[in-house]
Design a protein around this ligand. Sequence first.
Ligand code: M6R
Length: 609
Amino acid sequence: MCGIVAYVGNKPCQQLLLEGLKRLEYRGYDSAGIAVLEKGKLRVCKSIGRVQNLEDKLEENGGLSGNLGMAHTRWATHGGVTDINAHPHIDDKVGIALIHNGIIENYASLKTYLEEKGHTFKSQTDTEVLAMLIGELYEGDLERAVQAALREVTGAYSIAVICEKEPNVLVVARKGSPLIVGIGNGEYFVASDASAIVSHTATAFTLDDYNVVKITPEGFHTSTIHNVPVTPRIEQLEIELQEIELGGYQHFMRKEIYEQPKALRNCLRGRIDVKEGRVILGGLAGLAKELTKLRRVVLTAQGTALHAAMIGEYLLEDLAKLPAVAEYASEFRYRNPIIEDGTAVIAVSQSGETADTLAALREAKERGALSLGVVNAVGSSIPRETDAGVYLRVGPEIGVASTKAFVGQVCVLTLITLFLGRRRFMSTEHCSELLKALDSLPEKIEQVLTQDEAIRKVTEKYCDRENWLFLGRGYNYPTALEGALKLKEISYIHAEGMPAAEMKHGPIALISEGMPAVFIANRGRQYDKVMSNIQEVRARGGHVIAVATEGDHEIKRYAEDVLYVPDIAEPLSPMLTVVPLQLMAYHAAVIRGHDVDKPRNLAKSVTVE
Ligand code: M6R
């Protein structure tokens, strides 16, 4: 969603800020803006559309010079996509500029209060209210004014603030929306996402909720909004620059699909002992007692992460014999959920910042659940708030359409299942057998990737159709949902995923001559039933594209097109069958001329409800 970059130091900052914004483009936004203190005067430039538009506008106007500044990409919530609503927002009376990620929930009452005090507002945003409030409370100390204003605010925020009266000072703060401070040599870099600063420094600290940091070229001071000093934990960022660059690929999505074998190898490294049938998860090691007492698991997530969680549900019940349920976090949190003794909630999330998932986690914790995280982004909010967890270790995911994080999530949920299963009913031999299969997965994904061109050709045949179905059963029912989501979000084709058996209960009415129906039809317990469902579609003129197991020649009699994946134990199959679906969605979007990495209306990380 929105992105923040800020700089204070000894370098001219315009270019540096724009480069930072470009690194955040993947998060999704619809306007951009920049403010720089130029010889003690605030200079601001904003533009709707891409960061490139802002850059062009700056160039037309001669650019901004100054060593202290900040820039923002906005994803509209309060107020439409206009230059005026873009950040930074200004308090003219004091000369304050502010950029903000998040939502100020009590902005309406604050606005009324400020209007009574004589402030007039130019935009429809909640952010302008905060800028004015800081101006109203300013008594010669920006840090104090920010603390005082934030004590009045409810909602979520990460902010950066500068002021004409204190031309060397940058103040930043966070509650519920990530913010990181990178430490250079006599210079500091602030961003809402490490990818914006990693090319400058690897030494950084993440703000905790309610922290305020005052930064000058000479140093920084961290406190709470109540002015209690805080000592931040300075760490080394683990992101490599090449992980956030295209490296020869046309799109991040394609790069990340191709990175999946490597991502899985990293995910598995040091965590499996095939011979001993043992899973080693350092993140869960301290919880041995609680985990043996587990009676129920609730997996909660949104979007692609929910599809992974649904596979987790099947895995836990099937292999660890533990009752499990996967739920939309947005529903779980509001439906008065019952958490009995011995319940663990697992929050599954790539970003670790999804607002609904975080809120569901908090709700479950409040009600006494043991809280676990399955997260990719190290140090993000979910792992900071859970009792324990397991990181995906698949590297940064830049493409808005989640791909390698999905296989990473399923892989970690498989590891957790086997970890728990071995503590319950699972034999060493059974675990060993599954671990061996898991270990073979990266190579098998590589084999699927060799069929990329064949997958593109099949996609080309159908990608002018506006309605698709994705059907699967058992472990591959969530895969069908994921295939449909991938297609919709980047190619804007209407697609529905469902259990293959559900089709007869209504959706079959949609099938018309030539409608593409993708069946996940790999060999497994319900193979014969899937074959019957395929015939039902064929009988009504639908065109069947089957994802089948290598060597299954029979299926060619029923499907127009067959995409093969290598054979693998059924519980692990979604990590293979999803790959052709990811590639189909990718090719459909490219053929239809869409910007794969910046799909319309979407944000990489959904940090608002
Ligand atoms: O960061 P998270 O995994 O919590 O994000 C959850 C969803 O917003 C995310 O998976 C979304 O559905 C993806 N864009 C799908 O590709």
